[in-house]
Design a protein around this ligand. Structure first.
Ligand SMILES: NC(=O)c1ccc[n+]([C@@H]2O[C@H](COP(=O)([O-])OP(=O)(O)OC[C@H]3O[C@@H](n4cnc5c(N)ncnc54)[C@H](OP(=O)(O)O)[C@@H]3O)[C@@H](O)[C@H]2O)c1
Length: 241
């Protein structure tokens, strides 16, 4: 029987590439999303991957949602914590709401999703937790104290939990993408892209979502059983942590 993989924010952007790559690699995949029903429906129509709507910032909603996914597909063996948001502002203009929203989704969301699947993984002596952090959690970024703090928190979470999962056959890893060619990037003016962003990336281009997805498929595989607590940078050489 194929393993079950659950990808948060798996209906578009990097998450959609991850969901699709895991399906292609033979997993039974469930993808979650927050509210964009049209995108989720189009994604399911296109890929056959079932989508589920709940807010990862809400613990009880995560428990209920995971229960539903497990009823449909079976126990979650691979969890990809990919859902994330930005609410950028320079610190002196950042509101408590902007801080809280990003922490609740990007950091507490990782706890809220991982905590309910952890006991089952421990019992079955197998699990993969893969969290999509960010280059900006490693190096910081202007106007992103909230995002950088949350994403750095994801790395600390990964390193601590990896120690707890190791003897139970559960690996816990983080991936830190650099600039990836998603919808978010298409809003950046061409001049800024060519004169500011691309010159910072030694390979001279943005990353592709598929390049992150392939790293996830590797970390989920049996071949990656000795890799845990690691932070994989995938940023075209922009920051070498
Ligand atoms: N794009 C980049 O260059 C880049 C670089 C480094 C790291 N990252 C990280 O990679 C991950 C994916 O980024 P992306 O650019 O692919 O994002 P995206 O295109 O904006 O997609 C985000 C996905 O997360 C879902 N989501 C957002 N908030 C949620 C919530 N509270 N509960 C449940 N689902 C939620 C969205 O659902 P809806 O469709 O319903 O809104 C969507 O499916 C994020 O963690 C991001 O921080 C991205």
């Amino acid at each position: 029987m194929s393993r079950v993989a659950l990808v948060t924010g798996g209906s578009r952007g990097i998450g959609a590439a991850i969901s699709t790559a895991l399906k292609k690699a033979g997993y039974s995949v469930a993808a979650t999303y927050a509210g964009n029903d049209d995108k989720a429906r189009a994604f399911t129509d296109e890929t056959g991957i079932k989508t589920y709507k709940w807010n990862v910032a809400d613990y009880d909603a995560c428990v209920d949602g995971i229960h539903q996914v497990e009823g449909d597909l079976g126990p979650v063996e691979v969890l990809v914590n990919n859902a994330g948001i930005t609410r950028d502002a320079p610190f002196h203009k950042m509101t408590p709401e902007q801080w809280k929203e990003v922490m609740d989704t990007n950091l507490s969301g990782v706890f809220n999703m991982t905590h309910p699947v952890w006991p089952g993984m421990r019992e079955r002596k197998f699990g993969r937790i893969i969290t999509i952090s960010s280059i900006n959690g490693q190096k910081g970024q202007f106007a992103q104290t909230n995002y950088a703090a949350a994403k750095a928190g994801d790395i600390g979470f990964t390193k601590a939990l990896a120690q707890e999962g190791a003897r139970a056959g559960i690996t816990v890893n983080a991936i830190c993408p650099g600039y990836i060619n998603t919808e978010m990037m298409s809003t950046i003016p061409e001049k800024v892209m060519n004169e500011v962003i691309l010159p910072q990336i030694p390979v001279g281009r943005l990353g592709e979502a598929d390049e992150i997805a392939r790293a996830v498929v590797f970390l989920a595989s049996d071949d990656a059983g000795f890799i845990t607590g690691s932070t994989l940078t995938a940023n075209g050489g922009q920051y070498m942590a």
